[in-house]
Design a binder for this molecule. Structure first.
Ligand SMILES: Nc1nc2c(ncn2[C@@H]2O[C@H](COP(=O)(O)OP(=O)(O)OP(=O)(O)O)[C@@H](O)[C@H]2O)c(=O)[nH]1
Ligand SMILES: [Zn+2]
Length: 234
């Protein structure tokens, strides 16, 4: 594998996207993490009144009566909901994977597929959602399978599907240093379903490949075949 090439791709990704400290973090101590979590909870709390006021304003500009019973607590609820739906800003792939990486002499492909995902389209602030398939080829280290599923929690923020796909691949690559990482996302964009072109059944498929998946066609094909295969139910 051409390690330099992968490192260049990873570095370029950080430079172009400017959120290296968002998702790919250097190893942090547990105490540091706890401290950061409570600092971010305080930050969220302090931002609630402004968000609440903003939602009141939106409702007013939609011509709503913000004093009617059904809407009285809506701005606060909506403010808390948007904070939840963007809570990925506060967590990193390293936070999720780091405690469950262990030594294992396994060098065959591992695939976890059909992971439910939700995110918000940064153009229209509406959801896109679907499935993530993740494959990696270990390099003496494997990660707890449920931790890969947990990645759905940290991809809650404003994004576009292509960037998000690469972000997951780069995050796993940096945390696990495997021989290769492959990520595919298949998602429906509500901005194309509920408005715009109104295509109910359109799906967007994006992929990101790093390490051996970049150069070895067989590994890439094996991942794509296995991740797309629908199992027959007994
Ligand atoms: N590449 C990419 N495009 C996206 C994603 N989410 C939304 N879009 C597109 O972003 C584009 C924004 O285009 P604009 O013309 O600026 O906005 P718009 O007038 O609201 O576009 P329409 O959605 O076509 O009505 C649209 O083509 C959307 O379909 C995404 O994750 N990736
Ligand atoms: Zn959109």
């Amino acid at each position: 594998m051409n390690t330099h090439r992968v490192n260049d791709i990873v570095e370029e990704f950080h430079c172009n996207n400017g959120f290296s400290d968002l998702i790919i973090d250097t190893k942090k101590s547990a105490v540091h993490r706890k401290h950061e979590t409570s600092r971010k909870e305080d930050e969220d709390q302090s931002r609630l009144p402004a968000l609440e006021a903003a939602y009141t304003n939106i409702l007013l500009h939609l011509g709503e009566d913000t004093h009617r019973a059904g809407l009285l607590r809506t701005p606060l609820r909506a403010a808390k909901a948007i904070q939840f739906l963007t809570k990925g800003y506060h967590e990193t792939i390293d936070d999720i994977l780091n405690n469950a990486i262990f030594d294992e002499d396994h060098d065959e492909m591992v695939i976890v597929k059909d992971i439910d995902m939700f995110s918000l389209c940064e153009h229209h602030l509406v959801p896109f959602f679907g499935k993530v398939h993740i494959g990696y080829i270990p390099n003496k280290k494997v990660v707890g399978l449920s931790k890969l599923v947990d990645i759905w929690r940290i991809i809650l923020f404003l994004s576009v599907q292509e960037r998000l796909t690469k972000q997951i691949a780069v995050g796993i690559y940096e945390a696990l240093q495997p021989k290769g990482v492959a990520v595919v996302i298949e998602a429906a964009h509500m901005c194309m379903v509920m408005r715009g072109v109104q295509k109910m059944n359109s799906r967007t498929v994006t992929s990101a490949m790093l390490g051996v998946y970049l150069e070895d066609l067989k590994s890439r094909e094996e991942f794509l075949t296995l991740s797309q295969r629908t199992e027959q139910k007994p």
